[in-house]
Each structure stands twice: as structure tokens, then as C-alpha cells.
Design a protein around this ligand. Sequence first.
Ligand code: AMP
Length: 489
Amino acid sequence: MPIADTSDQLTEKCAVFGVCGTGLEAARLAFYGLWALQHRGQESSGIASTDGTELHRHGAVGLVANVYREEDFEQLPGHIAIGHNRYSTSGGEEASHVQPIADYELGFAFAHNGNLPDCSKLIVFLENHGIDTKALNDSGMMAAAIGYYLRKGDDVGTAIRKSYPLFTGVFSAVVIHGDKLVAFRDACGIRPLSIATLDGGYVVASETCAFDTIGAKFLRDVEPGEMVVIDKHGMTAEQLATPDPKLDIFEFVYFARPDSLLIGKRVNEVRKNFGREMAHEYHIEADVVVPVPDSGVPAAQGYAEASGIPFEMGLIKNRYIHRTFIRPTAELRAQDLKMKLNPVIEVIKDKRVIIVDDSIVRGTTQRKVVAMLFNAGAREVHVMISCPPVRYPDFYGINTPDPSELISARMSVEQTREYIGATSLNFLSFDGMINATGFPASRFSSSCFDGIYPIAIGSRAKQVLALPDMPPVESKKVTTSQKPHVRVS
Ligand code: AMP
């Protein structure tokens, strides 16, 4: 496998895209799809394409807009393509991490959104079959296992079916082999993956917003534990594992684009509901509700609507700066934030401001935002966060694997308030967040809030069990069922 990695580095939250249909210019469609999915990963991008005989690939470090030039599409012919945007942790920017992973000899390409926190079964399997795993990350190992069966002569559906039990973790994956496009998902469906139709062909994508961009019509989600195989004859579906649907609730909280549908719900509406729930939980005397753009906008609208306090865009975002969190080093992040946000003095000066954002992770953003608002003349700054405190590390594909970086794993709400310098700080309760989705809590993985990991996290469980116990943020509106504290499978 021509994939190289240097460590057990996590494969992080990313975007995947796939398209297959007679007559479609697949690579170009993948390009537009990846552009719509840029928010899920900004470190690198890649596309593999085929006409069913020969495999082609182009990928590089950088944004979608910078990675592809017109002439690259001449090198990406065919009616089948898969694509990937990568979001990486510190030090993960090298070209060797760029997906799709391609094996030209086999006519096989693979792209993965998610993370396998426990690769032990895969390592034993691959090493037993003479495949050196030292240079492979989790995605590389998944591809190597499927490749092993393809080399033995199995068709791609069989190769994935046989390798599937080796994959302990989170994956929404797309594959090309020969003239087939395949998409498959872990039994919990932690990361999203949806299917659409386009001109007699099919499209799969991490989020439905990618379908709108290319005029594809949303059909359904790839079900948790399901594999779909697409070729010129159509689509066949097969359940590879008993489904235990648990979408990562952080997709609703932060990651997905507001115009996407997740398990049939418009993300924008759920985020507005977060704000409405918060308004029912916390009554704050204030003059204006201001979102942190863009991630805080829908919740701030919901809060303003339900509280009757006027909504104003009191912070303006420079559109040409992308997500600060994703930048790998603290220095880059700090610099980015100053360039990214600027207050509108007239909205803020002498006002009691409610500032709404989607989440606090390290606390860096809120600390700077609060200081910025006081500098602009705010009398009071009340911070409203439209999810509970992020207290537990994520092992399923989000860039927060180190608990020492999570402010809420170390500090109480009051200590956090002091740290960010706000007049008050309030988090949406767990029950309020769940109510806002319209689904029961059991429909979600909410490990970053409750420490309950539905998919085995292997030796990483030690990190979680070492964390101090923190009292949950109780809803003042709904009865909170006593939630168990930490449970790791
Ligand atoms: P922080 O400054 O570390 O507290 O970052 C919090 C901000 O980063 C929030 O306002 C979110 O919009 C954003 N954010 C939260 N989680 C993530 C994540 N996993 N990846 C990228 N950005 C995030």
C-alpha cells in the first residue's frame, strides 16, 4: 500500500465523497462535492477516479480551491470517483496523509472518515499475513486488509464483508474497485454518510449539503452497519452488522453544515432549538444577543426568538479566514482569531451582551471573544454555550483526543467563567440538548459530554478513567435522569 504514516496518529474527522454513473464527469463532481464539504477538513484533499479499467489519483496538502487545477481533471477521467478532505491534528500535514489511498495494481482506492481507536485485531491479522503495519495508520490498515482479500481474488463486496469484523472503531468509508463504487459505515453510524441520485447514477457524501451543490437528489442515509455497492446496473445494499444507531451528537452541535440533513433533521433547525432550550433554561437580563459567527448563529437566533431579546451581528467574521481550531499550533490559532473576528462597536458599547457560541473546547476562543467585547465597551458579557461542557476526549474522529486540552475536564463551570473573564457562563444542559434534536438520548453517541463510549476504545480507556469526576450541568427546565458517569466498552 503506498500509504505511509509515522505513528499511531489518529485519523481525524474528515469528509468523504463518492459518485458513480454512466456519462458523469465523476472527478469534477467530486471536486464540487469536496468544496461543499470543506468545513470537515482543511489540511488536504484528494480524488481518485476510474472508468472501470484504470485508476487515477490526484491529491495534495491544502484547501480544495488550491489542490486542483483545471489540467488535473484531464488526469482524472472516468464515470466513478471518490474524494476526501482531511482534517488533521498537530503534525499531521504531510502529503503522506493525503487520501484516497490508492493501489493502482488492484484498481483499488479507499477513503475514510472516522477513527479506529483500537487497531489490535487489524494489526494481528495483517502481521499474520505478512503485511508490515509499522508504517500504516488506521485507514492504511483498513485499506490493507481489504486489499489482502482483493489480491486473493475476492470481489470488493466480499473483501469488505470479510475485513469488516477487523474494524473496531468508527468509519464512514468509500471505495473504488474496478467498475464499482462501495460505501460502508460502522454499526453505530457515528459519522454521517448519505446517498443521493444524479442523472441515473448515485452519489454518496458525508453530508447532504454536497448533494445540493451538484444538483443530486437526497435518497437516504447509508444505514449504520450497511454496505452499498454501486455500478452501472444500479445499487445493492447489504447489512454487514446489526445496527446500533448512535450518531455523534457533536455533528449537530458543531461539525455539520447547518444546511445539511442529519438523520432526517435539518441541522440549522436543531441548532435553533438548542438556543430555544437555553432560553427556557436561563433567564438573563440583557440588551442584545450576539452570535460568535458562524457556528453560534442558529443557536443565537433561537435564543433571541425565545427570550425576546434582540438579535444583532455584533461580531463580524472575515470570510477569508477559515476555521481557527483546525490550525495545528496554538500560535497559529491565536493569530487566526484576531484576524477572524471584529466587533461592531455600536452594537456592543454600553450594552449587556449575551454572546452565544456552539461549544467551548480549550477555552481559547471564548477568552478572546469576551476580552474583545469588553474592549468594545460592553457593560456585561454573558456567555451561552449551546451544548454541555466537553469533558471527555474524543476517539471517534474529532480533534480533541488529549483530555489535558479540554478546559471542562479540568475546571468547574465557575472556574471556566473566571478563566474566560465573563460576567456569567451557562451551558445548555444534556437533557436540553437531547430535547432539541427530537430523538431519544439512545440515538446518539455523546461520549465527549458523558464519557460513555459505545465503541471499544481499547487502551485509551485509561485516559478517560483517570479524569476527575465533575458534576453534570443540570437542566433547570426538564428532569434530568441520573446519568452514569463514565462507562467505557
Ligand atoms: P476553543 O477555543 O478551543 O474553546 O474552541 C472552541 C471553538 O472551536 C468553538 O467555538 C467551536 O466553534 C470550534 N470547535 C469546537 N469543536 C471543534 C472541533 N472538534 N474541531 C474544530 N473546531 C471546533
